[in-house]
Design a protein around this ligand. Structure first.
Ligand code: ADP
Ligand code: MG
Length: 370
């Protein structure tokens, strides 16, 4: 049964977090929680802190267990966030946190067919999370702000629609708009991995306030070519991505970069800090806010698609994370189809992420075929 967070006293919450720390040592919020730091905040800061870590208290099996609610939270509550951030992104204490960006990846020639000619039709996806500095992060947005944000994006997309390379259409989930799509169209887009799942079914996002007011202010833009997609109103204000079948990773990155620059020129500035790079709701995404993933069939490492654990263990050696074929918190697909992506997003550059994906895939592929 979920913890009755709303009515619990501070002492009960602290006791609960300590208990989670021993039963769920991988919950990073509970692992690094310091009761004394909380104790010395004033009431308004304490309330904000509880809102940030609520997801990790209500969902003990969280990997991170915290969602920022405002762009300023990472700087203002650094003693809370920093140990979790260093732990997840594997940044040792003696190393300064300072995010650098480097988009040289599209200029190189990383192609999966150089690993194995059989990898010529892999489903590749690279996305970045972005949030506008002008709005609270999704966990703290009101319904009116979600709608205001969507309106702003619809305006930007109407300009992008005229672009030769990036022209496309906006599909909204907000009831009653000219762009609103019906349930069947929505489900088809989810099944095609283009649109995000109904967020109401995700307890982690619900506890963080991120799925509130669903489906208002939610939607997606998709280019006519189908390989450039922008999510509006998911875990971050925007998830901007390129998705293609093939092996040309450099081309995929190039497509994302061009689209990102075009769209960025049409909207107000993104929230960014010198230390943490692009600000995102989840501390796992800070820095580049980039997740580059491949859908790979690994029947041996998933025991025929029945068990993600051996694949996770093998992938961790190469700093890769494993998800099921339906995205986070899903199971392996038929025949052992899984999603692999470099785990670190902060303290690495965009180009390094692509290299890690390429090299990690090469290593995992040898294991699978050994
Ligand atoms: P993220 O959190 O990085 O945005 P999720 O794990 O929530 O990604 O997955 C979002 C959607 O993207 C899911 O439908 C998932 O199956 C799909 N997806 C992720 N990687 C790929 C890929 N390489 N090819 C096709 N679909 C993908
Ligand atoms: Mg996600």
């Amino acid at each position: 049964m979920s913890f009755p967070f709303e009515n619990a006293s501070n002492e009960e919450k602290v006791a609960k977090i300590k208990a989670i720390g021993s039963t769920h040592p991988n919950n990073l919020m509970a692992r690094h929680f310091r009761a004394d730091y909380f104790g010395f905040r004033d009431e308004s800061q304490q309330n904000r802190l509880w809102q940030i870590i609520r997801t990790g208290v209500e969902n003990p099996d969280s990997q991170m267990g915290a969602y920022a609610q405002n762009s300023c939270d990472y700087a203002e509550f650094e003693p809370l966030f920093e140990p979790m951030i260093r732990d997840y992104h594997k940044i040792p204490l003696e190393q300064e946190i300072r995010q650098k960006h480097d988009w040289a990846a599209p200029l190189s020639s990383f192609n999966l067919v150089d690993i194995d000619p059989d990898l010529k039709r892999v489903s590749m996806r690279v996305r970045v999370g972005r949030n506008l500095a002008d709005f609270p992060l999704p966990g703290a947005m009101t319904k009116a702000q979600r709608l205001e944000f969507e309106t702003l994006m619809i305006k930007a997309f109407s300009t992008l629609q005229d672009d030769l390379q990036f022209g496309g259409e906006y599909l909204s989930l907000t009831p009653g708009l000219p762009q609103t799509i019906d349930d069947e169209t929505y489900e088809n887009r989810v099944a095609a991995h283009q649109m995000f799942k109904n967020m109401e079914g995700d307890p982690y996002l619900a506890s963080g306030g991120i799925s509130s007011n669903w489906p208002f202010g939610r939607g997606m833009y998709i280019s006519n070519s189908g390989d450039f997609i922008v999510w509006v109103g998911e875990e971050d204000h925007l998830r901007i991505m390129s998705m293609r079948q093939g092996g040309d990773l450099s081309g995929l990155f190039g497509r994302l970069l061009t689209g990102l620059e075009k769209l960025g020129g049409l909207i107000p500035p993104f929230a960014h800090s010198e230390r943490y790079g692009y600000i995102t709701s989840c501390p796992t995404n800070l820095g580049t806010a980039m997740r580059a993933s491949l859908h790979l069939f690994l029947p041996k490492l998933t025991e025929g698609g029945h068990n993600l654990e051996p694949a996770k263990k093998a992938a961790a050696k190469f700093d890769l994370s494993v998800r099921g074929a339906g995205g986070e918190h899903s199971d392996a697909g038929l025949g052992g189809l899984i999603d692999i992506s470099p785990s670190a997003r902060l303290g690495v550059t965009e180009t390094e992420i692509m290299r890690k994906l390429y090299e990690g895939t090469s290593a995992l592929w040898s294991l699978e075929n050994s």
